[in-house]
Design a protein around this ligand. Sequence first.
Ligand code: PLP
Length: 734
Amino acid sequence: MEIYLDANATTPVLPQARAAAAAAMGSTFGNPSSVHSSGLRARALLDWVRATARRVIGASSGELIFTSGATEGIQTAVLSALCELRRKRDAGQLSQVHQVLYGATEHKAVSEALHYWNATLGLNLAVRPIPVAQDGRHHVEWLREQAPYAGLICTMAANNETGVISDLDAIESCLVDSPALWMVDSVQGLGKLELKLSQRRIDYAPFSGHKLYAPKGIGMLYVRDGAPFSPLQIGGGQERGYRSGTENMAGIAAMGAVLSMLERGEAFKDRATLAAFAEQIRRALRDAFPGVVFNAPVEHALPTTINFSVPGLSARQLLDLFDAAEVRVSGGSACSAAKALPSYVLTAMGLPEWQAACAVRLSFGAADDDSVIDEACARIRACGEALKRRCAQPTGPSTAQSLSHVTRFAANRFTSYIVADHGSRRCVVIDGEPDLVERLAEWVKCREYTLVAVLATARRHDTDRVRSAIRAAVPANLQESAAIDANGWPCGLSELRLGQLRLRGWAAAETAASSRAYVLVIEDQPTYVFVGDALVLDGRDPIEGKTSSATTLVALQDAVGLDTLLLPHPDPDATLATTLRTEAVRQPFVAGVLGLSTPAPTLTTTADKPGRASDNRPAVEVTWQQLDELLSAHPRAQLVDVREPLERSLSTLAGCPALSQSLNVPLSEVLNQLPQWRGMDGDAPIFFVCRSGNRSAQAAWALRRLGHPNAWSLAGGLALRGERAALSAPRAGQ
Ligand code: PLP
C-alpha cells in the first residue's frame, strides 16, 4: 500500500467529492446560465457551494468567484491591482508609490505574475521581495518601513514548503499608513486556519481545490467589497462578469462537498490531533535519521507540514529511499533539475546551504487518520533501519562470483569513480566531485577499505579542496598517505597496485602537464580507461565547447586499442562508457582521425538518448506487457534490476514474480558487467528495470551504444507496476 505524504502538492479526491462531481455530470448536468429547470438546478448547486464557501472562509461580504485554481486567482488579483495602479498613475495619483512587494518565500505563481504583469502593463514598478526571518515569518519592521511606498503587497497564509503560518495581524498593522492593496495567497490555509477574511483588510485571497481533497482545475478568488477588479477572462459574462466561461460544475460540486464536510466537522481532524500526528512523525524521523534537523519552527507552522534535512543525505537519496518504501514525499528543492538547487524558500530563511539543498517536505492531509500515520512512522523507521544496514548491503550482481571493481557516482553531469580490489581491500578515488564527497567517503568507511589515493584526471580549481575533504571524511586508519603530485598520484610510483588490479597513469605527449588518464589493468588487460575530459563524447562538449584532440585520440588508440571501455568525467547525458570504435561511429571526426571511415555495422546509431525530449526518443523502452511476453518468448533473456541494494531491500516485489529472479546490478556498478554483456549474443535480449525507468534506460542505452542491439528498459519502471500501461514504445525486435 502506498502511503501518500505529499498533500501540499495535491490531495486525493474524497469519495463524497467524487460522488458530488459525478452527480453534477449526471443528474445536475445543466448549465447554470440556462433559464430552464435543468439550468436552475445547476444554478442552485452553484449558489449553495458559494454560500458554503463564504461561511468556511469567513467572507460574509465581498465577491467569491470560481476559478480554475489558485494560479488563475493570483493572476486575476495581480492584474486587477496593477491595472488600478496604472489608472492612478495615468491620473497622476501615484506619486508616492514606486514598488510592489511580495514575501520572499511566496509561491512562484506570485512573483512570476508580479514581474509579468508589471512589465506587460508597462508599469515598471520595482518588484521587491519582503525578507523573512529564520523562522520563515516576514520581517515586519522592514515591511512597516516600505509599505507606505507600495501599491500592492502579496503575502501568504501559510507556506507550501515549510508550513510556516504568516502573522497576518502583524502584516495588517504595517498597512495602516499604506495605500497598498493586499493579496493573501490562502491556498495552504484552507481547512487548516481560521481565515475570517471579511474581518481583515485583505483585498484578494486565492484558493485551490486540489490542495483540499477536491479535484484539480477548480479554485476560488475572494475579492473584498470595493477592491479594484479587472477580469482576466471576458466573454459570456458568467460569474457576474468577473470571470467569463461556463462554470466547471463538476469541480464546483466536488469542492462544495468538501467545504460542507469541513463546516460540519466531518472527516477533518482537529488541530490538536494533527499536532499529535506531526509529533509522532517527528519522533519516527528522529529515530530513523539521527541528526535530522527540522527546517521550520513547530510553533509557527501548520502541523501537517514537516520540512527536514538529514546531514550526509541528499534530498534525492532520501526521496529514493522513501519511494522505495512506498512513502511519497517531495523534495524541498528543485530536485528534478540537473543540479539539485537549494530551496529558495529555505535560502530566504537564511538556512545553511546544505540544509536548503537537502530538504525534504513531508505533508499529510488534514483528513488522514491514525492508521496512515502509524504506517508512515513504521515505514520511516524501516528506512532508517535499512540505512543503518547499508554497509551490510551486498554489492555486485547476486549471481556473479566476483565483486565489482569500479563503482560510478554521478552528480550534476559529472562522474566520480572508486576503483577497489576486494582481496586486498584497497581502493582509489578518481575525479572526486564536490557534491559526492560524503558518498565517496561513506563507501570507503562502510566497507572499511584502505584509501590509497585520490586521483584527478586534470587539475581543476577545486581539486585540492575536494581531495582534502574526502581525506578528512575518511578515518585516518583507513588511509595510506604518501607524497603526491598535482594529480594526487603518489610520487615515484610507475603504477598503483590494488591487490590484483593495476592502475597506470597515461598522458598523450601534447596534453597539458596536469591532464592525465588512468588505465585500469585487470588480469593483464587494459580494461577501463578513466579519460577525464580528454575524450569529447558525441563530438559535443556542452560544458566547455571543446573537441577531442586528434593527437590524443591516436595516442589513446595506440595505448589501449579501439575497444577498451573509456569512462568520462563529464557525462551530461549519462553515457556511462564508450570506446574509440563507438565514438568513431558517432563522430566522423574521430573516424577520420583513426582511419575508420566506415561505421562498424553492429553498432546502433539511431536510438536517441533516454530522457531526451525528441520525436525519436527512447527506442529502448518496453511496456510491462511487452516485458512479460518477451520474457516468456526468450528463455535466454536476462532481467537486470539496476536499483541500489538499499532500495531493493525496502520494496516489495508483489506482482512481479519475474523480478525475484532478476540479477541485481545497481547502476553504480553496471560498468563492471558491460564487458560481459557486450559480448553476449545479440539475439538474447537484456531487460533493465528500476524504480522510475530512468536509470534502466541509461543502462540500456549504454549497452546499445556499445553495440548490443537487444538492450531494453521497462518504461516508467516499477512505479507503474499494476498499471499495465500501454506506452507507445516500439516492440523489442521491431
Ligand atoms: N500558492 C500556493 C501556496 C501553492 O501551494 C500552490 C500550489 O502548489 C499554488 C499557489 C498554485 O495553485 P494551483 O495549483 O491551484 O494553481
